[in-house]
Design a protein around this ligand. Structure first.
Ligand code: DP6
Length: 338
């Protein structure tokens, strides 16, 4: 660290890997959308085994930044968000060269797993390393946040809290507990693979149109205190209570926005009911849903295989991805070709 290649005629390059994360307390709505300064603090854990790997190569011969995802050149909003992170990196490093960014995920993007968190965490770490910056973790978290809010939480490892902060400058994520503190698992029940109609960035902008958003925000410090307590004491029952409450609050805001956002399908609701039935029968299991219909089923890692088997045979469940608690975003030696 940092993996700064010598300043030869080919430029500076570095590669980084980051995991997506699942929020236990959700980020929904922004105080300032330009800076992605969130309306509320949030809490998550990283998903080991799922990752985005991204190479950033600052080159003297490029007129524009270029983005490749799985060998396909990207433009539009994806490229604009990447340029935002690259511009912030260049400004700090005093660098003017444009970059070629090459990125790949090891999980099916069509499965509706949020890839923006791992994508922008990997981008921020690779860009900073390629530019020769030795940024402390909070600064990397802030840099990732400019591309996607939840990416701030994929920079540190393990169980992570993203503090709302007093302004955008001190709004960053930190590790609340390392991955080994509590071996939990996320069994992701994929019930729909087509892209969602309204993405989270557009959704955040609608949050304040719901009369329920103010109440959700006002109650967030209490839920954050409860989730910290649940994780600190490894209290699964408390975790299940808070995580499902938080999910219902966010989806209540979504469903009462103008226009309303309704992400649940009949299959999502069937899995939610089943999870509650399993819990009532004494199994430690809880659900949460992001801005989409797929259901994240949380349980202690030792139950994950059995849980995944049960979910796989449910009608409407197309596949189940399994992830344990993962580590931080990090520089890796691999070189990627566009
Ligand atoms: C429902 O981080 O995807 O997953 O900042 O616009 O990229 P942008 O939004 P994003 O929002 C995440 C929303 C969520 C909840 C969460 O992960 O906290």
């Amino acid at each position: 660290m940092p993996a700064l290649s010598p300043p030869d005629e080919r430029g500076y390059r570095a590669t980084a890997l980051a995991h997506p994360n699942i929020a236990l307390i959700k980020y929904w709505g922004n105080r300032d959308p330009y800076w992605r300064w969130p309306a509320n603090g949030s809490f998550s854990f990283n998903l080991a085994g799922l990752w985005t790997r991204t190479q950033v190569h600052f080159r003297p011969d490029l007129a524009h930044d270029v983005l490749w995802l799985h060998g396909e050149r990207q433009g539009g909003d994806a490229l604009r968000r990447v340029v935002r992170v690259l511009d912030a990196t260049r400004a700090r490093a005093g660098l003017t060269w444009r970059a070629e960014v090459v990125s790949e995920n090891n999980f099916p993007m069509a499965a509706g797993i949020a890839s923006s968190a791992s994508a922008f965490a990997a981008l921020a770490v690779a860009a900073a390393a390629a530019a020769g910056l030795q940024l402390p973790e909070p600064e990397l978290s802030r840099l990732a946040r400019l591309g996607s809010g939840s990416a701030a939480r994929s920079v540190p490892g393990g169980f992570v809290e993203w503090r709302v902060g007093t302004d955008e400058r001190d709004s960053f994520a930190y590790t609340f507990a390392p991955p080994e503190h509590w071996p939990l698992a996320d069994c992701i029940a994929v019930v729909q693979t087509k892209p969602k109609a309204v993405g989270s960035s557009a959704g955040h902008d609608l949050a304040d149109t719901s009369p329920l958003q103010a109440a959700r925000i006002a109650d967030t410090p209490r839920r954050l205190a409860l989730i910290r307590q649940a994780v600190r004491t490894r209290d699964f029952e408390l975790l299940a209570h808070v995580v499902e409450l938080d999910t219902h609050l966010m989806h209540a805001v979504m469903q009462t926005s103008t226009p309303p956002l309704f992400y649940w399908t009949p299959e999502s609701v069937r899995v939610m009911h089943q999870v509650r039935a399993w819990r009532q029968a004494g199994h430690p299991v809880a659900y949460t849903l992001d801005a989409g219909p797929n259901v994240h089923v949380l349980c202690p890692a030792e139950h994950a295989e059995a849980m995944a088997q049960q979910l796989r045979v449910m009608p409407g469940v197309q596949q189940v991805l399994l992830a344990r608690v993962g580590g931080p975003a990090r520089v890796v030696p691999t070189e990627l070709a566009a």
